[in-house]
Design a protein around this ligand. Structure first.
Ligand SMILES: *[C@@H]1O[C@H](CO)[C@@H](O)[C@H](O)[C@H]1NC(C)=O
Ligand SMILES: *[C@@H]1O[C@H](CO)[C@@H](O)[C@H](O)[C@H]1NC(C)=O
Ligand SMILES: *[C@@H]1O[C@H](CO)[C@@H](O)[C@H](O)[C@H]1NC(C)=O
Ligand SMILES: *[C@@H]1O[C@H](CO)[C@@H](O)[C@H](O)[C@H]1NC(C)=O
Ligand SMILES: *[C@@H]1O[C@H](CO)[C@@H](O)[C@H](O)[C@H]1NC(C)=O
Ligand SMILES: *[C@@H]1O[C@H](CO)[C@@H](O)[C@H](O)[C@H]1NC(C)=O
Ligand SMILES: CC(=O)N[C@H]1CO[C@H](CO)[C@@H](O)[C@@H]1O
Length: 339
């Protein structure tokens, strides 16, 4: 707590250079399905342009080669080519087609091709890390109790981490490694206090249940009702830098219409904590996921380290904050200003 206070004071006063801010920034791993919705790219933009974040790794929980390549392109554009990328296997060349509403466009392959760069340029998705190995390496190398994981997609990689055993990176098994290194798991998925949401049922709901029902330690949930009530991305599309890959992704996906903000809101909380925008929806209890992927809150007074998020202010205020951060972050790499 004290350390965080010092970090914020130092960074906001701007008396200290970034070099002093960065080592104290929050260590973050993002686990994303950068594929069927563009809001994952908005979430990445927030993470890579926030001075409060030290991004340790990006794991991708959807096996399309384009997801890994697009992540690499976005990281490289934002001067984060050094951040390692893992992706679930076996890889496919699947591209997104909106067979539900016939309204949304595909962006991952276009970002991957047009902005090819970073550690996984076009054609090299096979060189991405195995996600569980990457989790174990990065966690083993991090300071104890210093890592936050934001899960903004499916659960296979995290389930694999839980099941993992000692390797060359650590003698600890998955649960012990998590207990030693991870301070908080923030999850976009489910509905609160109960619901039936895509991230929980859309891939393999048994793996969702495995992770959510067995994870030890603090967890915070961002439900479908939170980001589904906040649209963002309009100003980024209309006033963002023309050459920005995330701006282009939003344009290709939504044709100019602002998009729901499930993942960006989740990352905003992950980076800043509750702040003035969020509050907890509960005091105690835990989230239980059924084998079919539906979830419900169990009001157990003995459990106090599990929460779901609610907005503490209006959705327009939250949307305004997201839009401000997208624009500032996107322009910062063009104008050379640090945010
Ligand atoms: C994806 O397509 C590329 C050519 O564009 C090919 O080299 C690669 O083998 C394909 N990968 C898979 C997993 O099908
Ligand atoms: C991890 O182990 C559980 C059983 O304990 C199993 O149900 C699950 O499928 C495993 N996860 C992965 C990713 O293989
Ligand atoms: C705020 O919520 C209202 C009611 O759900 C919705 O009509 C409006 O589009 C939302 N505004 C934003 C900026 O998300
Ligand atoms: C999922 O399973 C639970 C427990 O059996 C049940 O209560 C719920 O209605 C099911 N949800 C759906 C969407 O099928
Ligand atoms: C959506 O946002 C509006 C405006 O802030 C609020 O009145 C409404 O209750 C919100 N709806 C949900 C489902 O949270
Ligand atoms: C960056 O520069 C552009 C002009 O090149 C300007 O329109 C924009 O407001 C600047 N943005 C920031 C955040 O400095
Ligand atoms: C397919 C894939 O890459 N899965 C990873 C996630 O979890 C499994 C099970 O532990 C691992 O074998 C894989 O590394």
């Amino acid at each position: 707590m004290m350390r965080n206070l010092v970090l914020w004071t130092a960074c906001f006063s701007r008396l200290w250079t970034a070099a002093f801010c960065e080592p104290l920034a929050k260590n973050l791993i993002i686990d994303t399905d950068l594929f069927s919705d563009v809001d994952d790219s908005g979430a990445l933009l927030l993470a890579v342009t926030s001075p409060a974040v030290n991004l340790l790794a990006v794991n991708i929980n959807y096996p399309s080669t384009y997801s890994a390549l697009a992540a690499s392109a976005i990281l490289a554009h934002y001067d984060h080519a050094h951040v390692p990328i893992g992706i679930r296997r076996p890889l496919t060349n699947e591209s997104f087609f909106d067979s539900w509403a016939f309204d949304l466009g595909e962006y991952a392959s276009k970002v991957a091709y047009r902005y090819s760069g970073g550690s996984l340029p076009w054609g090299s998705a096979g060189e991405a890390w195995d996600p569980v190995t990457l989790y174990r390496k990065v966690l083993a190398e991090a300071e104890d109790g210093s890592v936050t994981i934001a899960s903004i997609g499916f659960f296979e990689n995290l389930s694999g981490l839980l099941n993992s055993t000692a390797d060359s990176y650590s003698d600890l098994d998955g649960p012990s490694l998590i207990a030693e290194k991870v301070t908080e798991l923030v999850v976009m998925g489910g509905g609160y206090p109960s619901g039936y949401e895509f991230n929980f049922w859309g891939d393999n709901p048994l793996l969702t249940a495995h992770v959510v029902n067995n994870w030890k330690g603090p967890m915070v949930f961002s439900g479908t009702e939170l980001g589904g009530n906040v649209t963002s991305g309009g100003p980024l599309m209309s006033r963002g830098p023309p050459g920005d890959p995330v701006r282009q992704a939003y344009i290709w996906y939504t044709y100019g219409t602002p998009r729901f903000s499930w993942d960006p809101l989740t990352v905003l909380y992950t980076v800043n904590g509750l702040g003035s925008l969020f509050e907890y929806g509960n005091k105690y209890g835990y989230n239980y996921v059924h084998p079919n992927g539906s979830n419900e809150w169990v009001y157990d007074e003995a459990v106090t380290d599990r929460h779901w998020l609610k907005m503490a202010v209006s959705n327009t205020t939250v949307a305004g904050e997201l839009d401000r951060l997208y624009l500032e972050g996107a322009w910062s790499v063009v104008n050379g200003t640090s945010v």
